[in-house]
Each structure stands twice: as structure tokens, then as C-alpha cells.
Design a protein around this ligand. Structure first.
Ligand SMILES: NC(=O)c1ccc[n+]([C@@H]2O[C@H](COP(=O)([O-])OP(=O)(O)OC[C@H]3O[C@@H](n4cnc5c(N)ncnc54)[C@H](OP(=O)(O)O)[C@@H]3O)[C@@H](O)[C@H]2O)c1
Length: 278
């Protein structure tokens, strides 16, 4: 039995990390900001803490743990969090994204690089689970799906969206088995599907017609900037989607290599989330 602290235990991935650890008979501590508002499985010990206030994690780490599952919610990086984890845990599994390693003196482009660098230097054993794009991002279409038309740019952009349960399963293996130290696991879904095909599959699984309507990139830029409030992020997404019309987003076999079974399909993800679209 392994003792694991799950940080971000209510998150889209973290909740499956918790469930799968419990199912495997492991001892689970969950870090949440509000225990009363969290619905954790029976037997999980909830600890309240905030990554913005590193010392608030000490109770959850008290006495030491075998492993920590860490996600970072996009708040300013707190190096002390990584120090505390390294002082109390044998290993850390970090939910990252597909980023190049940073040299010691290089500035980070995204916070994941900075956290990875802190972890690499911390002295604790680590595994990075570098997810490319969550299938859960398709929930951003839910309101439009309900109207029967999804208006979005780059219908031919081919994506490799990964089911959050596969990310969690890979993380749990790295937390509970030997042989994953130093792993930089780039995880994706098993297939490459164009935006317009993803929308068609959503409609098929819901049993309702959902039409794709191509949105001009200039219109999308305006609408997404208003909705997301981050022009640089919108720009980087538009650039990436345009590039996926020429060169599909990468598909890896990491899930299959680590778990010994194929990654879950996008269709199965829609089935698992049908209620979220209704
Ligand atoms: N979407 C993608 O395509 C994609 C791809 C690669 C990597 N990622 C990364 O995945 C991570 C998100 O993971 P997720 O989807 O599992 O999470 P999520 O569903 O976005 O949930 C956010 C989690 O962050 C926790 N949280 C927020 N602020 C916190 C704070 N100040 N202190 C402690 N916990 C805090 C929340 O805890 P409470 O329950 O306390 O609110 C919740 O568990 C991000 O780092 C993102 O960059 C995303």
C-alpha cells in the first residue's frame, strides 16, 4: 500500500487519481481548499490547504508520504511548495503539458516549465505527465451543442484529445509502481480527429444533430478574446489550430506503453460526459 497526497483532488484529473488510488487499496490524502464543498470517496483524508500559501500544506505532508500528485492551477509559481514536497515525499508526479525542458538560466514560457525545473532540482524522484490537450476542453462547445450548431474556426484541424481518466491512470502507475522515475510521458488520445469530426461524434453519441459551421479566424479571435480575456492565449490557440490543418496534433502511444492497453477514444469520452452536454 502506498500513501499518496493528491493536490487538486477535485480537479478533472485529480478526482480520477483519487478514485483509482482508493480502488487500488492505497492510502489517500486529498488537498482541497474547502473540505465541506468537496465530495471525496469514503476513506480519503481531506486536508485544507492553498498552493498560494505554501505553509498551509504542512499538515497534509506531516509524517511524510510515499508520493505526491501535483497539479498547478495557473496561479503564480511558489517554489516553497516544491521544497516542502521534496522534504516530505519520496516522489512527485506532476501534471504538465508538452513543453521543452528549460536550461538553468532560461526564462519559462509557461509556468509548467518553471515547476518542472524546480522539481528536477529538488532532489526528490519525479515523473512528468505531459498531457497535450484534454478532451474536456470540448466541453467549451457544450452551450453551442445544445443549440445544434457549433461555430468554431479550423474545422479541418486534426486533434489528439486525451480522456482525463487516461491521464489519471498514467499518473497512478507512476505513483504506485517502480520504473517511472525521470519519465517525461507525453500523453494523448489514440487518434487524430478534425474539429468538425469531433462535433459530429458528439452529436452521434447524444443522438441529436449537431452541425459544424466554420468561423472565420478573425471573428473567432474577437469572440474568444472577449470570452477568455487573454489575447495572447487566444493567439497561440489560433496559431496551433491553423497548424493542425496542415500537420495533425501529435499522437503518442504513451498510454498504451505505460498501461498495457489502448488509450480511450474520444467517442468513449463523449459517452462518459453525455450529461454535461445535455
Ligand atoms: N486543459 C488542457 O488541455 C490541459 C493540457 C495539459 C495540462 N493541463 C493542466 O492541467 C491542470 C488542470 O488540471 P485539472 O483539469 O485536473 O484541474 P481543474 O479541473 O482545472 O481543477 C482545478 C483544481 O485546482 C485546484 N486549485 C485551484 N486553485 C488552487 C489553490 N490556490 N490551491 C490549491 N488548489 C487549487 C482546485 O482545487 P479546489 O477543489 O480547492 O477548488 C481544483 O482541484 C492545469 O495545470 C493545466 O495547465 C491542461
Amino acid at each position: 500500500m502506498t500513501k499518496v497526497l493528491v493536490i487538486g483532488a477535485n480537479g478533472s484529473v485529480g478526482r480520477h487519481v483519487v478514485a483509482s488510488l482508493v480502488e487500488g487499496g492505497h492510502e489517500v490524502r486529498a488537498l482541497v481548499r474547502d473540505a465541506a464543498a468537496s465530495s471525496l470517496p469514503a476513506g480519503v483524508a481531506a486536508f485544507e490547504g492553498d498552493l498560494a500559501a505554501p505553509e498551509s500544506l504542512t499538515a497534509a505532508l506531516d509524517g511524510g508520504v510515499d508520493g505526491v500528485y501535483l497539479m498547478w492551477p495557473g496561479i503564480p509559481v511558489q517554489p516553497r511548495v516544491v521544497e516542502l514536497i521534496a522534504e516530505h515525499a519520496e516522489r512527485v508526479v506532476y501534471l504538465s503539458t508538452d513543453v521543452p525542458d528549460l536550461a538553468d538560466d532560461e526564462p519559462a514560457v509557461v509556468f509548467h516549465q518553471e515547476i518542472e525545473r524546480l522539481i528536477r532540482r529538488s532532489g526528490t524522484a519525479w515523473t512528468f505527465v505531459r498531457a497535450i490537450d484534454f478532451a474536456g476542453n470540448a466541453l467549451g462547445w457544450a452551450d453551442q451543442v445544445r443549440t445544434g450548431v457549433v461555430r468554431w474556426p479550423y474545422g479541418r484541424a486534426r486533434r489528439s484529445l486525451v480522456h482525463e481518466r487516461d491521464i489519471a491512470d498514467v499518473a497512478v502507475r507512476a505513483l504506485t509502481e517502480d520504473g517511472h522515475d525521470g519519465g517525461k510521458y507525453v500523453v494523448t488520445g489514440p487518434e487524430s480527429l478534425a474539429h468538425a469530426e469531433l462535433v459530429r461524434i458528439i452529436g452521434e453519441e447524444l443522438g441529436t444533430e449537431v452541425r459544424w459551421e466554420e468561423l472565420a479566424p478573425e471573428t473567432a479571435r474577437e469572440q474568444l478574446t472577449a470570452a477568455w480575456g487573454n489575447a495572447a492565449f487566444v493567439e497561440s490557440r489560433l496559431r496551433a489550430w491553423e497548424s493542425f490543418t496542415r500537420e495533425p496534433e501529435r499522437v503518442t502511444d504513451t498510454v498504451e506503453q505505460v498501461l498495457g492497453r489502448p488509450a480511450r477514444s474520444f467517442r468513449s469520452w463523449v459517452r462518459d460526459h453525455a450529461e454535461d452536454f445535455r
